[in-house]
Design a protein around this ligand. Structure first.
Ligand code: MG
Length: 377
């Protein structure tokens, strides 16, 4: 674990943080970023992640990742990297745990459909929605809306943003207009998200029978580890073989990421988070060779798993559910529960559509399915 004393000078540090939107007394026995992490874990949006799709819809099987277990795996990898680099572990953990809080039901099918429904009202983007959840939508504290997180946590949650949205966001939007970088903890969270899903989706895709060993062996990251494991354990059954390969793939990519980042930090000569922000580009990177293999695996999963014929049926159903819910609520806001109905009724145009999008985005898969069935009744 990194303690505040052992952190590097370029780590995010609460003593020179840009602080919270609403001033609060400091916590007595926790750091400020630990408090952020705890608020995220106690949020209602976090609990809902357990019933939201990562790749496989929740009811497809008990062993598949959900958005909750995905977030935990991202956080676990992120923390290891942060500690190895002498960065702020609690902040990294907070960003990783919160990064998908704004995700719709049904994974990317849900997000794309909601975005299409919101076309005339400013669109819908799950990453921006994650920030909206922690800034506005969580209603838990008497003194402020949202979770009132530290600037650096919010900066890390907002990974990308259009110029138009950036202008509306104020402080956390500035870097997209000035084209500066976020802190290193945010850069870690951004990259290890993909490391986590690349690996767990190989596992889930293989378990589901949608990916074969032969196909996977065409991927360099996988094949290198396959050869090592196969040489050591030629008789190993497929299930354990895959696990052995995946743990080694994660180890290889994470080790490369740590070593390459150390090298780039040293080369850039940064000494403070402000210098990290002003650097020409992100400093948290894999080496070019490993990054190519990582991207290749990502493209492979996109082609062979996310768009697999067997997944398309569920995708089409998810799209219909989200779209029909949006159309129904737009036609009659009273179909939504009290507080959403009241707020939507008092607004018009884009503001009203946004309330509907917030309501739908907050749904779990099974809640959306039930709400959709309720429309017919
Ligand atoms: Mg993610």
């Amino acid at each position: 674990m990194t303690t505040v004393d052992s952190m590097k000078s370029y780590a995010a540090n609460e003593s020179f943080s840009r602080g919270r939107r609403f001033d609060e007394p400091r916590p007595a026995y926790r750091g400020e970023y630990q408090r952020d992490r705890d608020r995220i874990i106690h949020s209602t949006a976090f609990r809902r992640l357990v019933y939201k799709t990562q790749v496989f819809v929740n009811h497809e099987g008990d062993l598949y990742r959900t958005r909750l277990t995905h977030s935990l795996e991202v956080s676990q990898i992120g923390r290891s990297v942060a500690v190895a680099l002498g960065l702020n572990e609690a902040l990294t953990e907070a960003i990783c745990l919160a990064h998908d809080l704004g995700h719709t039901p049904f994974g990317h099918a849900g997000q794309d459909t909601l975005n299409a429904c919101m076309r005339d009202f400013g669109g819908f983007e799950h990453n921006l929605q994650s920030l909206r959840v922690v800034d506005e939508l969580e209603a838990k504290y008497a003194d402020f809306p949202g979770l009132n997180l530290m600037f650096e946590t919010r900066e890390g949650i907002l990974k990308h943003c259009s110029a138009r949205n950036a202008r509306a966001l104020g402080d956390v939007g500035e870097r997209f207009l000035a084209r500066t970088q976020p802190g290193l903890e945010a850069q870690i969270a951004n990259l290890v998200d993909a490391v986590a899903y690349n690996n767990h989706d190989v596992d889930d895709g293989f378990r589901a029978g949608l990916l074969t060993l032969e196909q996977l062996r065409e991927q360099a990251l996988f094949e290198q580890q396959f050869e090592k494991v196969h040489a050591l354990y030629p008789e190993l059954e497929d299930r354990r073989l895959i696990y052995e390969i995946i743990r080694r793939m994660i180890g290889t990519v994470v080790t490369d990421l740590i070593e390459e980042t150390k090298r780039q930090i040293e080369e850039a000569g940064v000494e403070s988070i402000d210098e990290v922000r002003a650097a020409d580009g992100p400093l948290v990177n894999m080496s070019a060779a490993v990054y190519d293999q990582h991207k290749s695996l990502k493209r492979f999963l996109n082609r062979h798993l996310y768009r697999h014929e067997q997944k398309l049926e569920m995708t089409r159903r998810a799209q219909a559910i989200v779209e029909e819910l949006f159309v129904a609520y737009s036609g009659d806001v009273a179909l939504m529960p009290g507080e959403f109905a009241d707020r939507a009724a008092s607004l018009g145009g884009a503001d009203r559509a946004r309330v509907i999008a917030d309501y739908i985005a907050g749904m779990t898969d099974r809640y959306a399915i039930a709400a959709h069935e309720g429309l017919a009744g």
